[in-house]
Design a protein around this ligand. Structure first.
Ligand code: GLC
Length: 619
């Protein structure tokens, strides 16, 4: 039987020992509201209801919301750590010793829980089977949405949809698709340190956390007082704004998004509700953000700001960590620290920070930058649905044309992303427009010792692969504290600009065609760390093409020089009669023939350009 420590637990989990998604309406009235929202998508797989044979258990269950789930084994009593468990879900198999590390009783009220290291991804609605092989005396298996999966209650959906589908937002989204290519800029106090603190590189810090350079304060647990001193020397060369705006223009980018305030809490603009900003706290004494805005508009570029609303290591308290942890502990689920300041949190509450700094600063930005196109929120972490909605609505009420990204929280973004430096597979395409942000090396902020620059060809591959699936590419630079842009990244950007000067027609304003790519297998990249560890190993081929479409035209993009013969399989007669073929920026009146096998082109002269060419088909 369950011990008395489980009594509270059973209040939360009425459908324990059944094999169905929890029905909260039947829960005991003493179960808290929070638990309702939190446990709505949990599954409890009863050991007794499994198909069993000798230590092997299998269940089939219906999934309503595809997402990432953590898989847990629950025990009645604390368990010996000598057991091993193997979990199999489709190809995603994991074996694990139920060591101390993964087996915890978070507090006296929570069940004993052993959790598999990696969550599983359940990608489709419908029936799924999972199996566990173990000798361990578990009572049930629990599937808990991974902390990165979030679904709203539906309470705000209608109000949100009205704003999101408004004329102003839809026009802004049309602009966004036309733009396709933007510059991301990570620049702030951390840029002066270049990823090194007191002679120690980020990777060698005794503490955990990401090693991207803008996480300096977190990675070394630097106190608020000490970190603040970096402001005393932040004095860029005033030419930075014009130089960067020019570079974005030369790169063929159409919009610029800069970190107006990153997780460290320091604002690049003149804020009235905090002295921790460029004008009040640095020897520069001028509004660097406004300078860049003016320089960008002068170049004909559009402007957006990144704003970390969830994380603020200077004034954001512990980002609500302790409260969330307390709740999660009682349910036996882990709480990821989620980038919150737990080493030297500010004494105010997180809500006070939202009310007195984050909301007012976003309002200031909307006033300071009347032609602002988008706000790129970040650090969501433990913001709740109501807070996320309030940010969305506040921005809308002031300037309904400003787009917000997914990370504003809940499901309220006007557009999506699939993660930093992620090239999603064609299948993961969602209903909303989307953007991938990417780095030129493996860090966002300037990192003096990261020379792992992406070649121009690699950058073009990212860009074209993303564009062929309908996305935007927001490519980052991390200037030094002086404002200087690392040469290697500037070079790559300029070369993309040269490519776009000839081939931009296939990109700006384009959308995905039925076939996104042909020739060799699809390459997907799963994030900043993935690319850093694995490097870029893709081989290019002359048979390989990416496709985009615009009006009556299709475009086939190659990233290789061509011989005199070009063959595009996907452009066979079955897709319609091609009326004309052109190669952007190259010889005209070329010979071509469309058959049921594809479209063949014969050129008078091969194309020597290493970065390839674009074929345009007019229908
Ligand atoms: C992550 C990082 C942050 C960076 C952002 C860029 O959220 O925490 O440092 O600014 O990604 O997408």
């Amino acid at each position: 039987m369950f011990s008395k420590t489980h009594i509270l637990y059973t209040l939360f989990v009425l459908s324990i020992f059944s094999c169905q998604q929890q029905d909260n309406t039947k829960e005991s009235p003493t179960a808290t509201k929070q638990a309702d929202e939190l446990t709505k998508y949990w599954f409890h797989l009863d050991k007794k209801q499994a198909k069993t044979s000798e230590g092997h258990y299998e269940w089939t269950f219906e999934i309503e919301r595809p997402m990432k789930y953590d898989i847990q084994l629950l025990f009645e009593d604390s368990i010996a750590t000598s057991y091993t468990a193997t979990m199999t879900y489709q190809e995603q198999k994991q074996s694990q010793k139920l060591t101390q590390k993964y087996t915890t009783q978070l507090n006296a009220q929570s069940p004993n829980v052993a959790q598999f290291k990696k969550p599983i991804t359940i990608a489709t609605v419908g029936a799924h089977s999972i199996s566990i092989t173990t000798d361990a005396p578990f009572a049930e298996v629990r599937l808990v949405p991974n902390h990165k999966s979030y679904f709203g209650s539906g309470k705000y959906t209608q109000a949100w949809e009205e704003m999101h589908t408004s004329k102003a937002k839809q026009e802004a989204l049309a602009w966004f698709n036309q733009a396709k290519f933007g510059m991301f800029i990570h620049w702030g106090l951390y840029s002066q340190a270049g990823g090194v603190w007191k002679g120690v590189k980020m990777e060698d810090s005794p503490y955990g956390g990401p090693s991207v350079a803008e996480w300096l304060m977190f990675k070394f647990k630097i106190s608020r007082e000490e970190y603040k001193k970096l402001a005393q020397t932040f004095d860029p060369d005033p030419s930075f704004a014009k130089v960067i705006a020019r570079l974005a223009k030369e790169a063929g980018m159409k919009y610029v998004v800069i970190t107006s305030k990153h997780h460290d809490g320091f604002a690049l603009f003149d804020s009235k509700c905090s002295d921790y900003d460029m004008v009040d706290a640095t020897p520069y004494h001028a509004d660097a953000l406004k300078e860049l805005y003016d320089a960008c508009l002068a170049e004909g570029l559009d402007f957006g700001v990144y704003y970390s609303h969830g994380n603020d290591w200077a004034h954001g308290s512990d980002g609500n960590y302790a409260n969330i942890k307390k709740r999660n502990d009682s349910l036996g689920i882990y709480t990821h620290v989620n980038g919150k300041n737990t080493w030297d949190s500010s004494p105010n509450t997180h809500q006070e920070y939202i009310d007195n700094k984050a909301m007012p600063q976003v309002r200031e930005l909307l006033t300071l930058l009347p032609q602002l196109k988008l706000i790129w929120f970040d650090g969501t972490g433990f913001l709740n649905e109501k807070q996320a909605f309030e940010f969305y609505k506040m921005v809308y009420d002031i300037n309904p044309s400003v787009l917000l990204n997914r990370r504003v929280g809940a499901d309220f973004g006007d557009y999506m992303d699939f993660g930093d430096n992620v090239i999603p597979s064609k299948q993961s395409k969602g209903a909303k427009q989307w953007e991938t942000c990417g780095t030129t090396n493996n860090s966002w902020g300037y990192k003096s010792y990261d020379h792992h620059w992406k070649s121009t060809k690699e950058l073009l591959f990212w860009f074209i692969d993303i564009a062929s699936k309908g996305g935007n590419y927001l490519l980052n630079i991390g200037p030094e504290g002086s404002g200087k842009v690392p040469e290697k990244s500037a070079e790559g950007l300029k070369e993309i600009g040269q490519w776009l000067a000839i081939n931009g027609e296939a990109i700006y304003g384009s959308s995905a065609w039925d076939v996104f790519h042909e020739g060799i297998e699809e390459t997907t990249i799963a994030g900043t760390g993935h690319r850093e560890k694995k490097g870029f190993t893709k081989k290019f081929s002359q048979e390989e093409f990416w496709f985009t479409k615009k009006e009556n035209n299709l475009y086939a993009i190659s990233l290789m020089p061509s011989s005199q013969e070009i063959f595009i399989k996907s452009w066979h007669q079955g897709i319609g009669q091609v009326k004309d073929i052109k190669i952007l920026g190259h010889e005209q009146n070329i010979q071509w023939k469309q058959t049921d096998k594809g479209l063949s082109i014969t050129l008078k002269k091969a194309i020597a350009n290493d970065n390839g060419f674009v074929v345009k088909a007019v229908f």
